[in-house]
Design a protein around this ligand. Structure first.
Ligand code: ADP
Length: 259
């Protein structure tokens, strides 16, 4: 489903991802853990095409190729070569990926239902009615059927985050990226959001990549945990092994600090 092949990402002199290679199989749920600044969010942003590994300004700065569903994602094929992807190609590939951010990023001037229908209508070409039908069933899934006509500002943070989850799923992505989705929430609102995500993980085969500090949630939903430090994977394994019996000192230290 996802392949990073020797990906290098630099910001100025800082190498954020250093010859990073990994694969994610369809339906896998992978949690990325590691200290702040280790490159986790950059991986998600690359998969949302919010960052690029093709040299944009400095040809020496970036390298490697990202594939999604076996097709180049960071680049586009031209003959037998891979060249930097054009915006139109990126628009196509990005439809496979949905992302939920720490800050919900809802459209403040649109009601809840409209927040969820806007993408499918404009990017997928669904009719307003089709999009509304789909949005209503997703808003039911996240427990917000009674909030269709509210504006985001009238909702709690947890409810807004659940709208954001419904909005990401409305695009029918094959991959769902979750970046610290509970970090901006008051503690009493975290459980509802995690319950919705657990439901989605249990009831769909969507591939998930998550960055979270909620280790019990990570343990519950993921098949694999990858520990990052300075842009490389220092250790990976199943959640039970990673959380109960980490082998590397850096993983042990990190888990000691967060658990
Ligand atoms: P993590 O998610 O593991 O905390 P990030 O991927 O957010 O790490 O960031 C890795 C490093 O890259 C950090 O040092 C961060 O400051 C830096 N960084 C991220 N995005 C940019 C950017 N657009 N410009 C410059 N530096 C950035």
């Amino acid at each position: 489903m996802i392949k990073f092949d020797r990906v290098v990402k630099q910001f100025g002199d800082l190498t954020v991802l250093n010859q990073l290679s990994f694969d994610v199989d369809p339906g896998e749920r992978v949690t990325l853990i590691g200290p702040s600044g280790s490159g986790k969010t950059t991986i998600l942003r690359l998969l949302m095409t919010l960052e690029h590994v093709t040299p944009q300004r400095d040809p020496k700065s970036d390298g490697g190729v990202i594939y999604v569903e076996g097709k180049p994602f960071s680049h586009m094929p031209k003959g037998d070569k891979l060249v930097p992807a054009k915006e139109r190609y990126l628009r196509q590939v990005r439809k496979k990926v949905g992302m939920v951010f720490q800050q919900f990023n809802l459209f403040p001037n649109m009601k809840v239902l409209r927040n969820v229908t806007e993408g499918p209508v404009h990017a997928l070409g669904l009719s307003r009615d089709e999009a509304a039908e789909k949005a209503k069933s997703l808003l039911e899934l996240v427990g917000l059927s009674d909030k269709l006509d509210n504006y985001p500002s009238q909702l709690s943070g947890g409810q807004q985050q659940r709208v954001a989850i419904a909005r990401a799923l409305a695009m029918s992505p094959d991959i769902l990226l979750l970046d610290e989705v509970t970090s901006a929430l008051d503690p009493e609102l975290v459980a509802d959001v995690l319950a919705v995500l657990r439901d989605i993980a249990n009831s769909t085969s969507i591939t998930m990549l998550l960055v979270t500090h909620e280790m019990s949630f990570a343990r519950d939903v993921s098949n694999r945990v990858m520990m990052f430090d300075r842009g490389v994977i220092v250790e990976e394994g199943g959640p039970d092994q990673m959380f109960s019996d980490p082998q590397e000192a850096r993983t042990q230290d990190f888990l000691k600090a967060v658990l």
